[in-house]
Design a protein around this ligand. Structure first.
Ligand code: SAM
Ligand code: ASE
Length: 333
């Protein structure tokens, strides 16, 4: 009932920069100092800091003079500050500014069985990614959301199977390139090409992938319309969960046709248990796919059926124990 009180507390503390200020100072601070640094009222800041302490995001230090000082817990420094290498700051920002607003219409989404862009943002949802990328600013925010989790879960996803036999890899819908980076670091002999819509590629080139990484390149295109280049392995990470079964088979069929004999496709998705009993995170993500996309979260057997319908064989799945798992399908050599 009150889970959203916790989410909003975290959103607000992050947006005000409470954890960044404490990290920057590198010593415990009083509520007076913090409220000045983040531009908040003293009373408001005191209540927010108290709630963050209850959530174990802040530690308190009682002084002899009765004053209370605050410092970040290790978790807050690691995940809630902007500058940390494992920062989830941008994901939290996207949850706060976009997902939270969509979820206002969850009841309508469940009734109608469709996403809620028209009600939430006044944009047509005929073209899903036109709605998701309704402005350049929204596109960057979405790319930052996509980027952050792979610093935490990416290595496990790309090493769930031994991908070392595959040298030429295409990451279809590769977005900001965060998973491509994990891939080139785990497999020193591969090259990865990020295939995405032209404006995403442009943004990714300029702001996310540096020229220094010579094993990552880009290819602009529409994976539903344009010819897909030949490769040993295609990665589709969080792609199929955006789309209906029919669109998924359409896309996988195009991938199968482009794939070299002996090549493969790797799906990286959050897998539901076969009986649908969990994990809770994935059950909730599936509701989010309802309010935000045309897709759903699926079980390994459901992904295997989509892959088989497109021609792939020897389909295997691997749980990673983190949020995102892996399913591999092969094209006979
Ligand atoms: N694979 C990335 C990840 O897991 O972080 C991004 C996943 S994001 C949910 C979906 C990606 O597919 C976006 O980068 C989007 O721009 C791209 N995309 C959507 N429609 C596309 C199309 N028709 N052709 C190529 N890329 C597309
Ligand atoms: C998509 C993934 C996400 C499309 C919209 C999205 C995520 C959030 N919004 O392909 C990441 C997963 N998180 C949730 C809450 O679903």
């Amino acid at each position: 009932m009150e889970g959203f009180l916790i989410s909003k507390t975290v959103f607000t503390a992050c947006e005000l920069g409470v954890f960044d200020v404490l990290l920057g100072k590198d010593r415990p601070m009083s509520a007076e100092e913090i409220c000045q640094a983040v531009g908040a009222s003293l009373d408001g800041a005191q209540r927010l800091l108290a709630a963050c302490t209850g959530l174990q995001l802040l530690n308190t230090h009682q002084q002899d003079n009765g004053q209370v000082l605050y410092s970040n817990t290790e978790q807050a420094s690691t995940y809630l500050t902007r500058s940390s290498p494992l920062s989830l700051y941008h994901s939290i920002q996207y949850s706060s500014r976009t997902i939270y607003l969509c979820w206002h219409y969850l009841t309508d989404a469940v009734r109608e069985g469709r996403n809620q862009y028209e009600k939430a943002f006044g944009v047509s949802s005929t073209d899903l990614f036109q709605a998701l990328y309704r402005s350049d600013e929204e596109m960057v925010k979405f790319m930052q959301l996509m980027n952050s989790i792979w610093n935490i879960c990416g290595r496990d996803a790309v090493t769930a199977f031994d991908l070392s036999p595959f040298k030429i890899i295409y990451d279809l819908g590769g977005c900001s390139g965060a998973l491509a980076k994990q891939c080139t670091s785990a497999y020193p002999e591969c090259t990865v090409t990020i295939f995405d819509l032209p404006k995403v590629v442009r943004m990714s080139r300029e702001h996310f992938v540096t020229e220094a990484n010579q094993r990552i390149s880009f290819h602009e295109g529409d994976f539903f319309k344009d010819l897909l280049p030949e490769a040993d392995l295609y990665i589709l990470a969080r792609i199929l969960h955006d789309w209906t079964d029919q669109r998924c088979v359409e896309l996988l069929t195009r991938v199968y046709q482009a794939c070299k004999p002996g090549g493969a496709v790797l799906l990286v998705e959050a897998l539901l248990h076969e009986d649908g009993s969990g994990p809770l995170t994935v059950q909730l993500y599936s509701l989010n796919m309802l309010v935000q996309t045309e897709g759903r979260e699926r079980t390994a057997a459901q992904y295997a059926a989509l892959l088989a319908a497109a021609g792939f064989t020897r389909i295997q799945d691997r749980q990673t124990g983190k949020i995102y798992d892996a399913v591999l399908g092969r094209k006979e050599g």
